[in-house]
Design a protein around this ligand. Structure first.
Ligand SMILES: Nc1ncnc2c1ncn2[C@@H]1O[C@H](COP(=O)(O)OP(=O)(O)OP(=O)(O)O)[C@@H](O)[C@H]1O
Ligand SMILES: [Mg+2]
Length: 261
């Protein structure tokens, strides 16, 4: 559905952030992207969604294609309207001083048809906790509710592909579980999902395939299961590696640790 080919992205003409990144997203899947802070995950989503310009970033090399057609250089609204790719940014972009319902309405700016009420009802079905709060100011909602609202706003654009940037950030484990359950339901309803997450274990459990990013490059890809079972990933992302062992392998581990952190 989406292919990224040998992508190189820099900020302010000099800060090189993505280097030779190639990946693909298959229609209907949940693709997981994990990687340390600063690895370039958000930059990838900004680039794919056509928003990199707003951050003084540029594509220096490579291409991005939807169904084989290049979308490099299209602006974010075009990418959303023509290709149904909607990006939910990592800092929960909602209008604090508008009510939850007004936020959903505002997010339907790109719509030409008038079935806004019907779609809002669907969103309240996905996120029942929002329904009784529709007239409450979004700024007063909890972190989890704000994240649900941000995803609800993205759904108002009727996306084919949702790019989710760390939706579980700062959420309690139970709320994260609930949110991931909803992401799975959205996927079952036909929306392809690209999920960037620090919460690697939970994400890989709902994912189908994944990529691991490290300083602007992909260092590992595979099925979600393969990534979950990878020793480096276990040690540095899942916290379940054999940390205490004292053997010559420790030297190797140390190198690995330096490489991954
Ligand atoms: N607008 C910008 N201008 C200059 N440098 C930037 C800009 N945005 C991001 N960077 C830098 O690019 C690198 C990658 O950042 P990015 O936000 O893509 O990483 P990330 O993997 O999403 O990290 P995190 O897990 O912390 O969200 C970082 O070194 C960051 O400081
Ligand atoms: Mg990020």
């Amino acid at each position: 559905m989406l292919t990224v080919e040998n992508l190189r992205v820099v900020y302010h003409d000099v800060i090189s952030v993505l280097n030779d990144v190639s990946l693909d997203v298959k229609a209907g899947e949940i693709l997981i992207i994990i990687g340390a802070n600063g690895a370039g995950k958000t930059t990838l989503l900004r680039t794919v969604s056509g928003m990199i310009d707003f951050y003084d970033g540029d594509i220096i090399e490579g291409d991005i294609k939807m169904e084989g057609v290049s979308i490099r250089g299209l602006d974010a609204t075009d990418i959303m309207k023509r290709y149904g790719v909607t990006y939910v940014m990592e800092d929960r972009p909602i209008f604090w001083y508008l009510t939850i319902e007004e936020n959903l309405k505002a997010a339907s700016f790109s719509r030409w048809n008038k079935q806004i009420k019907t779609d809002m009802e669907k969103i309240y079905d996905y996120f029942p906790v929002l329904r009784p709060q529709q007239n409450k100011k979004a700024g007063y909602a909890s972190g989890g509710e704000q994240q649900m609202l941000a995803i609800g706003m993205a759904l108002m654009t009727r996306p084919k592909m949702l790019l989710l940037d760390e939706p579980s950030l700062g959420l309690a484990p139970l709320v994260t579980e609930e949110l991931f359950d909803i992401i799975r339901q959205l996927n079952r309803s036909g929306i392809t999902i690209v999920l960037v997450e620090q919460n690697a274990h939970a994400a890989l459990n709902i994912g189908i395939r994944g990529y691991v990013f490290e300083t602007g490059r992909i260092v590992l890809d595979g099925t979600a299961q393969e990534i979950l079972e990878n020793e480096d990933v276990k040690e540095f992302y899942l916290g379940s590696g054999e940390r205490e062992s004292k053997s010559y392998k420790d030297a190797k581990r140390y190198k690995r640790r330096k490489r991954w952190l």
